[in-house]
Design a protein around this ligand. Structure first.
Ligand SMILES: [Fe+2]
Ligand SMILES: [Fe+2]
Length: 272
């Protein structure tokens, strides 16, 4: 079994300070093989914010991969946003905007969907789609291909905002090339296995995790997801902050299996 933690939207600079230590404790308790961070490491792409975000991630003592979100691009400094949108991200977080990692049978492909011209909204660029398709097709048999992006490729009900240009049309080709799982954030809203339901299988498993730390007033369900992958089986366990306990706690686990080219939902398997 391979265990991933999916963490997103840390928003250092506008973070819930009181959640930082409990978040660190909960993630390390899960003993993941790898941590995926799908963007918005910072709130305003400032040097000190990147420093704190990366100090938190390195402090976990676990291997991890990061990609940029729209908040990792300057908003108010228009010249920087247009002419050097990822300079502060490259300097403060990672020079690589499209990192790749292998974790057991998992192949993780990060892509950068932040679009400095539209700032909040995202874009899945044609060249990136082609690169992902090529890489996924070249993966060895038995590999489980996972795409990591900040903006959702498909929005859950109630979010019909056309948030990610170029994404929806690419979904069939991504599935055909062997992408099995897509991890994203940005909406600060949980959606596990988007569109997959009893008797409603789908070729792509999409997980949109809520924000881990953002301190905006209307934020709720701060947390992260634990994914356990074993052959064709996938379970997802959200860990959500419990204000009374002052800790992140396990919520009911959801189970899925991949067969005949499609993800199927299984009965809930319990969990904490
Ligand atoms: Fe965010
Ligand atoms: Fe975002």
């Amino acid at each position: 079994m391979t265990r991933l933690v999916h963490l997103t939207d840390l928003h250092f600079g506008l973070e819930r300070d009181d959640l930082i230590a409990p978040l660190r404790r909960a993630i390390t308790t899960c003993l993941p093989d790898f941590v995926v961070v799908s963007g918005d490491l910072t709130h305003r792409a400032r040097h000190g914010q990147f420093q704190r975000a990366m100090a938190f991630l390195h402090g976990l003592g676990l291997p991890f991969l990061v990609i940029p979100g729209n908040h990792d691009v300057p908003l108010f400094n228009v010249a920087a946003r247009i002419f050097a949108p990822f300079r502060s991200y490259r300097a403060g977080a990672s020079p690589d905007l499209a990192p790749v990692a292998e974790v057991g049978p998992l192949r993780l492909y990060g892509t950068n969907t932040a679009d400095p011209w539209r700032w909040r909204r995202g874009r899945l660029r044609r060249a990136e789609i082609d690169r992902i398709l090529r890489t996924a097709r070249a993966a060895p048999p038995g590999a489980i291909n996972i795409l990591v992006c900040h903006h959702p490729l498909e929005e859950p009900p109630g979010f019909d905002r056309g948030e990610t240009r170029g994404a929806r049309g690419a979904l069939p080709a991504l599935a055909e090339a062997g992408i099995r799982i897509v991890l994203s954030g940005h909406l600060h809203h949980w959606s596990i296995g988007l569109g997959i339901g009893p008797d409603r299988p789908r070729p792509l498993f999409q997980l949109q995790a809520g924000t881990a730390l953002c301190a905006r007033e209307d934020e709720r369900d701060h947390g992260f997801a634990v994914l356990d992958v074993e052959g064709p089986l996938l379970t997802v366990t959200p860990w959500i902050h419990d204000g009374v306990a002052g800790a992140f706690t396990e919520r009911p686990q959801q189970a899925f299996s991949f067969h005949d080219g499609l993800w199927h939902s299984s009965a809930r398997t319990g969990g904490g």
